[in-house]
Design a protein. Structure first.
Lengths: 110, 509
């Protein structure tokens, strides 16, 4: 596994889509958790699109989202999904495969 | 259909007619409007058909749009599966009358659960589809899959409860299907009934005597009346689910005192003046005793007085029936040409008993006869369980009586002499009149006897009369005077001394 290639910025950006239901505490918590994880592991290398299912239910329909929050890694393919407010960082990292090829190893993470 | 019921005084919850044949009758109007009804059943109990038909009948008959939320099968599979029922779902979608919310599992999976979640995405999609189509009906099929997808069952239960509340707020009438593991046991898996408690319908698909028997039961409608108990149903291509309301129609019969001829003047006399206009007559006897002949004379008398007659034959083909009738001087062919007679011949084994009943009913409706005959009921008995058979007979008799039609049914007894028939035991209480035809062996000779065992609402002759059959039909003669034990199958000639003794037995002192 190529942990580093020295020029992380050359790798394509990770595109993430987060489905939430309005501005609930759970939605805000998910967003904050996600930004914290990504800023630490994908600094400057990720693109985040937030979809409020109440405003754009059609997008949720096309992505066939049931649960909110749902996080989808759109790129790189194949896509990956994680459900919940993303408070369990280990599961987010595993679910999106941020370790290894996609992301960079966080120094403080065992 | 309207809802007959004892609760007219109570402000009952309004019902929404589903349009599912027979169901609205047992539901006394339909499903409680604006509420959610749980439809629970084992695998293969036709839950998805019920859920889809609830919407399809809304589109077809009531101009209601519908939203189908599918958790298990992909929307495309449902579109295809329902084609066999001739529902043009894709066309309805294009016209904005039907919308799918495809909540079936996506390729891959939902991924790990990393914290609290709700089913807000699903609710938003349902609300969007209801808004977009202006739906009045929503079906969710089946929630068991949601529990399989998300390990956190407490959350799923709470969220499904929130969705049913939202459906109620939207003012739609909805159906939620759920799985059960046993035909007689818990209402549904995963404690689904905890969040849809008010209205519960159970679909069953029970194996009974090597045959599948489908039934539907309305377990409860909170605050609204409904028929109780299990009702058989079947699934017909082009129609879907058809519920057969048995006991429900029985109550509405009224009886006529108009007499009609049996086709045999002597038999009419034995019955106290002929059969009643809307009565069911059972003719029971061993093979060859003259049941089919009695049927032919009954039909012939109808045709002669310009009545329309319909016969359902399960043992003989058209040609055999025609030939037999000709042998007794009855001309079926010209009666049929005149449009007064219809012969409907079918082997019992070609379909289930429920399907036979529906076929019989639709043929009766189409031909509108004044007389019908079924020859023989016992042929149908061999394709059913006792309970299914009894329900069939109740269903048929009540349907026939409701239309003021005279029905003559035959039943074959298994033994040549005497007659213990399972058919008779099951249905004798349902029929109005019973005529027994028996072989009588006297001095090494086989003769035939006929007696009227029962004639509801009328006096009748109690004697056992001897009859003969020739090229002009049935000829009823005198009573067997000094023979006893005919009905028991042990005819015994009484000697002169015995007759004398019997004569003095009840004499005054």
């Amino acid at each position: 596994m190529a942990e580093r290639d020295g020029e992380g910025a050359l790798r394509p950006p990770v595109v993430l889509q987060l489905f939430v239901t309005g501005q609930t505490p759970r939605s805000l918590r998910a967003l904050a958790n996600l930004r914290r994880i990504c800023d630490a592991r994908l600094p400057g290398r990720y693109e985040l699109r937030v979809v409020d299912v109440l405003e754009r239910p059609q997008v949720a329909e096309e992505a066939r989202v049931l649960a909110t929050p749902t996080l989808i890694r759109l790129s790189p393919q194949p896509s990956r999904r994680v459900i919940g407010d993303l408070s369990d960082e280990r599961r987010v990292v595993d679910g999106l495969e941020l370790d290894g090829a996609v992301g960079t190893t966080h120094p403080s993470f065992p | 259909m309207t809802a007959p019921g004892p609760t007219a005084a109570l402000p009952a919850i309004p019902k929404l007619a589903t349009g599912i044949a027979g169901f609205d009758f047992i539901a006394q109007g339909g499903l409680p409007a604006g509420r959610t009804t749980l439809v629970s059943g084992t695998a293969g109990s036709a839950k998805t058909v019920f859920a889809a038909q609830f919407l399809a009948e809304g589109v077809r008959r009531h101009g209601d749009s519908g939203v189908f939320v599918t958790f298990e099968e992909a929307a495309d599979d449902i579109r295809r599966n329902m084609e066999s029922l001739h529902w043009p779902i894709a066309a309805w979608e294009a016209a904005g009358r039907w919308a799918f919310v495809d909540a079936s599992p996506v390729a891959g999976d939902d991924g790990p659960i990393a914290g609290d979640f709700d089913l807000g995405g699903l609710l938003a999609r349902i609300e969007n589809a209801v808004r977009r189509t202006g739906a009045r009906r929503v079906s969710l099929d089946s929630v068991a899959t949601v529990f399989a997808r998300f390990a956190d069952h407490a959350t799923v239960r709470a969220e499904l409860l929130r969705i049913t509340q939202a459906l109620r707020t939207m003012g739609v009438t909805s159906v939620i299907t759920a799985e059960r593991t046993q035909e007689y046991g818990d209402i549904a898996r995963f404690g689904v009934e905890e969040f849809v408690t008010d209205n519960v319908v159970i679909l069953r698909n029970v194996l009974e005597g090597e045959r599948r028997r489908r039934t539907i039961e309305i377990l409860k409608f909170r605050g609204a009346p409904h028929g109780k108990g299990e009702y058989p149903f079947t699934i017909i291509p082009g129609e879907g689910l058809v519920v057969i309301p048995l006991s429900a129609i029985e109550l509405q019969q009224h009886s006529s005192d108009v007499r009609i001829t049996s086709g045999n003047p002597e038999l009419d006399r034995m019955c106290g003046g002929g059969f009643f206009r809307d009565s069911i007559i059972l003719v029971s006897g061993a093979t060859g005793t003259g049941k089919t002949l009695m049927t032919a004379e009954f039909l012939n008398a109808g045709v002669a007085s310009g009545e329309r007659c319909l016969v359902f034959a399960f043992e003989e083909s058209r040609e055999q029936l025609m030939r037999n009738a000709r042998g007794w001087g009855v001309d079926f062919r010209s009666a049929e040409a005149a449009g007064l007679l219809r012969l409907s011949c079918e082997y019992p084994e070609v379909m289930g008993l429920e399907d036979h009943l529906i076929r019989l009913k639709s043929e009766i409706d189409a031909f509108a006869p004044q007389r019908i005959a079924v020859d023989s009921l016992s042929a149908l008995e061999r394709i059913s369980s006792p309970r299914g058979f009894r329900e069939f007979v109740i269903g048929l008799t009540s349907f026939v009586k409701h239309r003021q039609v005279a029905g003559l049914f035959t039943s074959t007894t298994p033994s040549l002499l005497g007659g213990d028939s399972v058919t008779d035991a099951h249905i004798s209480s349902i029929t109005d009149s019973i005529i027994l035809l028996r072989y009588v062996e006297i001095f090494g000779e086989m003769r035939r006897g006929a007696t009227v065992l029962k004639m509801r609402g009328s006096m009748h002759e109690k004697q056992i009369r001897e009859f003969t059959i020739d090229g002009t039909g049935m000829h009823i003669g005198r009573a067997f005077s000094n023979v006893q034990g005919i009905l028991a199958g042990r005819p015994r000639q009484l000697s002169a001394s015995e007759l004398d003794r019997l004569g003095t037995l009840f004499a005054d002192e």
